[in-house]
Design a protein around this ligand. Sequence first.
Ligand code: ADP
Ligand code: ASP
Ligand code: MG
Length: 586
Amino acid sequence: MTLLVQKFGGTSVGNIERIKAVAKRIALCKEAGHELVVVVSAMGNSTDELTNLALSVSKTPPSREMDMLLSTGEQVTISLLSIALNELGISATSMTGSQVGIITESAHGKARILEIKTDRIKELLKNGHVVVVAGFQGTTLGTSKTAEITTLGRGGSDTSAIALATALKADSCEIYTDVPGVLTTDPRKVADAQLMTTVTCDEMLELASLGAAVLHPRAVEIARNYGIPLVVRSSWDNQPGTTLTSKEKRSLGKEGLELSKPVNSIELLEKQSVIGLSHIPDQPGIAADLFETLSEGGINVDLIIQSTHQGNSNDITFTIAEEDLKRTKLLCQKLIQRLGGNLTIQEKMSKLSIRGAGIMGRPGIAAKFFDTLSKSGINLRLIATSEVKVSCVINAKSGNKGLRYVSEAFDLKDKQIKINPTNICNGEPEVRGVALDPNQVQLSVINIPDIPGSAAILCQSFADEGICLHTIVQSERKYESNGKIISFTMNKDDRKNADDILIPLLKVWPQAYLEDGKAIARISAVGAGMPVSIGTAGRMFRALANANINILMIATSEIRTTCIVAENDGIKALKEVHKFFKLASK
Ligand code: ADP
Ligand code: ASP
Ligand code: MG
């Protein structure tokens, strides 16, 4: 007998007809002999409606009361679905998060799951019941603490489902939703988006964090870490949907289900060179010209960084393997003769990276990485971040020292330390999907002192307030008194708290100042085959240039290329990139 955890999202249980249809589907599955735990969301938009009710009473409702209110949404669905199942002759019992014993941290509105008690569910399953569990909620039940209702964050029912599947050692977790599975991009934005039959958890983690709202990133993180088979399918038909794959297979540890070690490994990549093109024209097509030229020359570019520009000029910095330096230099010199600007080259560099799931969703991790390096007296030349990897480019002579200190800081064992790893790709495409995130703002701190520790202090200060910085970019342009510039994006909602964090910091760095960027959209292409394909980034820049879209910021990491564009260009950019990589015509 197989144990399945099935989750039905808000639209799938949006009205009574749909609840009855879901009940029929579950009944068929039960009659086919499966054991079933079903997780449901609140009906339709009811979480939004409840939020609006609270906001009509107060602009700043206490987070405890919000959790009390929002958790009622799911409670309506579990009871209605259980009633519908019993009506069909299927024994079903509904349970809230507290009744199950979904124990979470106490952070209201964004609590992480620590543990799930499985006794009551197992007992009910043994007695032949379908157990219907309220998604998105838990409780802070501790021995000394009083129990408080918590919620996991918007979209969190996916996380409830996969966490339950992990705790129950289920055979599979199936997420039923209003689309056929994970598509190459959001079908509401690009009509000809195609279904992916498979996607790796690492790719999905990037896509989910970059705007593909079909799965909660934390759900993907759990599936990835514990190797739980995860499928995303349509509630309306019996098509197979999308299967997520993961190579990891941890067992549940003491740290807490969602708190297991975030860093899996550290990598040192030696013999790197950093190429900087500064004061080149700021217009559509420049990045495309540059990276197409390099790709035609057979040069595989690793990190690419472009941050805010002043006036009409731009700086683009990238890294390559030392063996490609001579050819790269020649190609860049030719380009600069044509376009203007300066070329700088730093040889004898190394790239140090930490890798793990959901690194950027935990703001303290990148901060600790930067802080460890700064305490070892190592200055960071470049920074590149993604959901699954944070990289710093440092002087080669500091490489081994950095490797040692960071491994100790994250308690990594010898087998987790990788020196000059080769990129492995199992036939995955260079671009599997594209995502648009319109919910970010961009900020730059200009003229930060170029000494070890600046990036660490900046990231730590935000981490202390629970604010995640996304797309952190430190470019090479030097300002007055040799300062540097760090640009980053954050969720729009976090911007209002950013001043409280930055004002005291700017007092420590009196010469530094803050600049708010224009309204932006973040567009990203993700594919596990990207590290072994030459020229993917150049192709993405060409797609944008063809549509006359200017790129404000570029940040690449192993399996993704992200461009920040003006907010108004967002949807157009998404469509162009989707088309350019032929994602619609497979
Ligand atoms: P549920 O209520 O079932 O949890 P969500 O609204 O949270 O559903 O997620 C499904 C929605 O995610 C789809 O309707 C679609 O518009 C959106 N979406 C965004 N990106 C993607 C993508 N890459 N693939 C599929 N759906 C996507
Ligand atoms: N009902 C919650 C929300 O709308 C949780 C979920 O549906 O996943 O965010
Ligand atoms: Mg959802």
